[in-house]
Design a protein around this ligand. Structure first.
Ligand code: ADP
Ligand code: MG
Length: 238
């Protein structure tokens, strides 16, 4: 619990700062990328300069992605919460990624408990959490594998996301929720560099839902994330 509180503190102070910085950075970035695109149009066919402008555009998109990640991270003020069906959130998120998983030769096994009781939540934010978990799973299985997503009732509503990917080393384990912690510094083939914001954003969202997240992992075998949310009738917010 102490660890969770310290984490919450760290997240909220970084969040305040982050919102301001991300906002300020977005404006000049938009200017850079629109001028780069304008120049790219003018110089189309210039074998020497076109790739340079392509780099500028790509990298300013990447910076914008980081800034937007930060904004999401700190946007915690007004989350509308209502009775939410976690199974539906999971189905919606998986259907967004279905094609990506197929292409990546990832077999998806979904076992959603019928008549799962609703939780007090925000479907959009919860979808962001599952998107982060599922993309991490995909990125941990660059040559394919198995992904399993289950829901169950166990005094609370639980979702389990399990992959047969690379696993997380014990020394990385305690850092995975830290903002900007990433091991994806060299993009995997066809992959992307990480921002290290996915799990810290997810952690914040789960906290907003009075939920818990914990992980088990073994190098070379895979990783399992467990998410727990209070039953609606037990929820402090209800
Ligand atoms: P990013 O994906 O941008 O690196 P995240 O916050 O989503 O940032 O994840 C942080 C780190 O946690 C990842 O870089 C990776 O090392 C580790 N990680 C998270 N999920 C998994 C997973 N399913 N399998 C292996 N490693 C993972
Ligand atoms: Mg991620």
């Amino acid at each position: 619990l102490e660890g969770q509180l310290a984490q919450a503190d760290k997240l909220s102070s970084i969040g305040l700062l982050a919102a301001g910085v991300a906002h300020e950075i977005n404006t000049p970035l938009a200017v850079i990328s629109s001028y780069a695109q304008m120049l790219a149009k003018q110089l189309r066919g210039d074998a020497r300069l076109s790739p340079v402008l392509e780099k500028i555009t790509q990298q300013s998109f990447r910076a914008a992605e980081i800034a937007n990640g930060l904004l999401n991270f700190s946007r915690t003020s007004t989350t509308e919460m209502k009775a939410t069906n976690l199974n539906q959130v999971i189905r919606d998120t998986l259907s967004l990624l279905e094609h990506q998983f197929k292409t990546a030769q990832i077999h998806v096994d979904m076992e959603l408990t019928p008549d799962l009781p609703p939780i007090h939540g925000n479907a959009g934010k919860l979808q962001q959490v599952f998107l982060n978990l599922l993309l991490n799973a995909k990125e941990a299985m660059p040559s394919g594998g198995n992904l399993r997503v289950t829901t169950l009732v166990n005094g609370h509503v639980e979702a389990v996301v399990s992959d047969s990917g690379s696993g997380i080393s014990p020394e990385h384990m305690k850092r995975i929720y830290d903002p900007f912690f990433t091991t994806k510094t060299i993009p995997a083939p066809g992959g992307k560099r990480g921002t290290g914001l996915g799990l810290s954003v997810s952690y914040g969202i789960i906290q907003e839902h009075a939920g818990k997240i914990h992980v088990e992992s073994a190098i070379g075998a895979g990783t399992t994330f467990h998410l727990e949310f209070p039953l609606l009738r037990n929820s402090v917010h209800a």
